[in-house]
Design a protein around this ligand. Structure first.
Ligand SMILES: Nc1ncnc2c1ncn2[C@@H]1O[C@H](COP(=O)(O)OP(=O)(O)OP(=O)(O)O)[C@@H](O)[C@H]1O
Length: 253
């Protein structure tokens, strides 16, 4: 397995790019409840500027994935506001949230959610199935480019079931990047990588947020990734502890 290499070109330079930049996030009084009505997550207030990057940390079971799923529109929000730019997820039905996700969000799941029988390139290009015809070739191309830069051969026809854990993780990242998302959300994106590959991926993801003004939020135990993002917040027992409030994007040099 070759080490991950850097992602040198800002994604904004792609010819199919239709994204003006990232999107600011505003959360107010967010509450997510579990099946029995137990409070799984409470976030009183959080504002993140477009182009800012944020790490979320906390012990197992604290509610980190719940936070990510809630701001991706993958969970029903019981009360409060979750708004990306002008898009109020908390007021949308599931169909509207799904549309929003396909258009604006790249999501790296903790367990990758790959299609085992498909190749790396087909997995990376999956968002093209839902995209308007005019954007499909660009998504496929961008998925293949991201795979190559992450050290995976996009020409391989092997099913992803035969790939290692770290390779699968990078395929999941390439898929999230294939649509050039305004918002990139990733659950433990470096968990299965060796130190060098993890550092390169961290640098590239944070660099992408900065140069192309994408909004990046990662759940991570990786202290190197945490320290490369603009802010770190802690979630414990379903509550945001510190570091909330306003998170600004850094000025470009
Ligand atoms: N639909 C649900 N109904 C009830 N409880 C739930 C539901 N979904 C998640 N939980 C519980 O909510 C808590 C938070 O889960 P979550 O996956 O957000 O934790 P996490 O911080 O991401 O943990 P890890 O680091 O282990 O992945 C856990 O105790 C989990 O079992």
């Amino acid at each position: 397995m070759s080490a991950a290499t850097s992602l040198p070109e800002p994604y904004a330079q792609s010819p199919v790019d239709a994204q003006p930049g990232g999107m600011p996030l505003r959360i107010d009084g967010l509450l997510v409840q579990g099946d029995q009505g137990r409070a799984l997550l409470s976030v009183p207030r959080l504002e993140i500027a477009e182009g800012a990057s944020l790490s979320v940390r906390g012990p197992s079971g604290a509610g980190k994935s719940t936070f990510l799923l809630a701001i991706a529109g993958l969970l029903k929000i019981d009360s409060g506001l979750v708004r990306w730019g002008d898009h109020d997820l908390s007021a949308m039905p599931e169909s509207g949230r799904a549309q929003f996700r396909r258009r604006w969000v790249g999501f790296v799941f903790q367990d990758h959610h790959l299609f085992e029988e498909l190749s790396a390139a087909d997995n990376a290009a999956l968002p093209s199935l839902y995209a308007p015809p005019g954007l499909r070739a660009g998504i496929r191309q961008r998925g293949a480019d991201a795979l190559r830069r992450l050290g995976i051969d996009p020409a391989s026809r092997r099913p992803v079931s035969s790939f290692s854990g770290g390779e699968r993780q990078r395929i999941a990242v390439a898929r999230a990047l294939s649509t050039d998302p305004a918002i990139l959300l990733a659950d433990e994106p470096t968990a299965n990588l060796d130190r060098d590959s993890a550092d390169l991926l961290a640098r590239d993801l944070v660099g992408l947020a900065r140069t192309a003004r994408r909004t990046l939020i990662v759940v991570t135990h990786d202290s190197a990734l945490q320290s490369s993002t603009d802010r770190v917040i802690d979630i414990r027992d379903g509550a945001m502890l510190q570091g909330g409030g306003d998170i600004a994007a850094p000025e470009l040099a």
